[in-house]
Design a protein around this ligand. Structure first.
Ligand SMILES: C[S@@+](CC[C@H](N)C(=O)[O-])C[C@H]1O[C@@H](n2cnc3c(N)ncnc32)[C@H](O)[C@@H]1O
Length: 345
């Protein structure tokens, strides 16, 4: 809806589309292409002057047939929705598509393989396009197996587009240090202003001991609204034991499923001491923090009630807090306590 406010035409491209239906906990659940088509139809119901193109690529013929079958009940599509399912290898098809078609309309790329994603040069060519973002599954457990295995290291060369990764410190490290080093290196190679990693642990069904990471979902974009919205979308999907969380240590803030309001308060008072800025701007400038809008609102409203910050309503009426409401932070730390010993953003 954000992109649609200034663009009539939009694209959704699922590069590893899958069969369109899964079994999860004994129930049949929709796969990403089916979710996308349903979402597109409901968006177009309320936005009839827009148009959406959905492109799905799946290289396995059997999976593609199953997907076609799953998409059938969603027909007929409205005339402003195009759904194309192609039995293609996205590793050759997507670069080819990018070289032929100037994707002018805003585009969302879903890159969700079981193993290696599209190569970084291809992902970066996607991200270099305006108003284009990607959700990338980075199968850490699979890639980690390949890093030190000479028989398959060429796959990792292809992933990065060069061999520089072989010389990185994480190659000599183990466990969490290796995982964080690899993740930071991969993220540093993505040509996107905002990359938000979500760590996904193993399912109980995987029968893997401990809290080990199975994979990461990386949301890569070039606009603060995109990253802030993705945080809002992902946050409620976290589970009780924190196996589905923001990636902690490499982001500089300890993550837990129960965010520590004190920590956010101290960071805001320290980062914005003596500044006047819009409520939304406080969220944009600290986008990496594992807090969503309601946490910012709670903290700032509390500081407002105790007189530590003042708020000049711009977007809200009187006592609310949103959008362009102007927040004035005190010059020195108020009752938020000392910032000494705090980790830096
Ligand atoms: C993890 S599944 C996709 C799941 C899907 N995103 C969902 O949520 O329903 C990955 C799919 O990618 C397909 N695939 C693997 N390599 C591919 C390639 N090079 N090009 C296109 N599809 C590929 C596999 O056959 C598999 O169906």
């Amino acid at each position: 809806m954000i992109l649609g406010s200034t663009n009539r035409n939009m694209n959704y491209i699922d590069c590893f589309a899958g069969p369109g239906c899964y079994e999860f906990g004994g129930l049949a659940v929709d796969g990403s292409p089916v979710i996308a088509v349903k979402a597109a139809k409901s968006f177009l119901d309320t936005h009839p002057n827009h148009s959406l193109n959905i492109l799905l690529t799946e290289n396995n013929e059997h999976q593609a047939q199953q997907l076609e079958h799953q998409l059938e009940p969603l027909k007929p599509h409205p005339t402003n929705l195009t759904v194309n399912l192609l039995t293609e290898d996205s590793k050759t098809f997507i670069p080819d598509l990018l070289s032929k078609i100037p994707l002018i309309a805003p585009s969302f790329f879903m890159i969700d393989p079981y193993g290696h994603p599209l190569s970084l040069p291809v992902i970066n060519s996607i991200l270099s396009r305006q108003r284009t973002e990607a959700l990338i599954t980075l199968m850490w457990y699979r890639i980690n197996m390949d890093l030190s295995n000479p028989a398959v290291q060429a796959n990792v060369d292809r992933l990065f587009g060069d061999q520089e990764w072989r010389k990185q410190p994480f190659m000599g490290q183990r466990s969490t240090a290796r995982e964080n080093g690899f993740l930071d290196y991969f993220v540093s190679k993505l040509k996107a202003k905002y990359v938000l990693p979500f760590r996904i642990g193993y399912d109980p069904e995987d029968k893997v001991k401990g809290e080990r990471t199975k994979y990461y979902l990386l949301h890569a974009s070039n606009h603060p609204s995109a990253v802030l919205l993705m945080k809002e979308v992902m946050w409620p999907l976290g589970d009780e034991d924190g196996t589905f969380d923001f990636s902690g240590e490499s982001q500089g803030v300890l993550i837990s499923r129960t965010p520590q309001a004190d920590e956010l308060q101290q960071i805001l008072l320290r980062e914005f001491a003596g500044k006047d800025l819009a409520f939304d701007e406080t969220r944009k400038q600290t986008w990496k923090l594992p807090f969503v809008e309601k946490h910012y609102r709670e903290v700032i409203q509390k500081l407002r009630a105790e007189g530590t910050v003042t708020v000049t309503p711009v977007s809200s009426k009187k006592t609310g807090l949103k959008g362009r409401d102007l927040v004035r932070f005190p010059r020195s730390l108020g009752s938020g306590g000392s910032a000494s010993g705090e980790r830096q953003l």
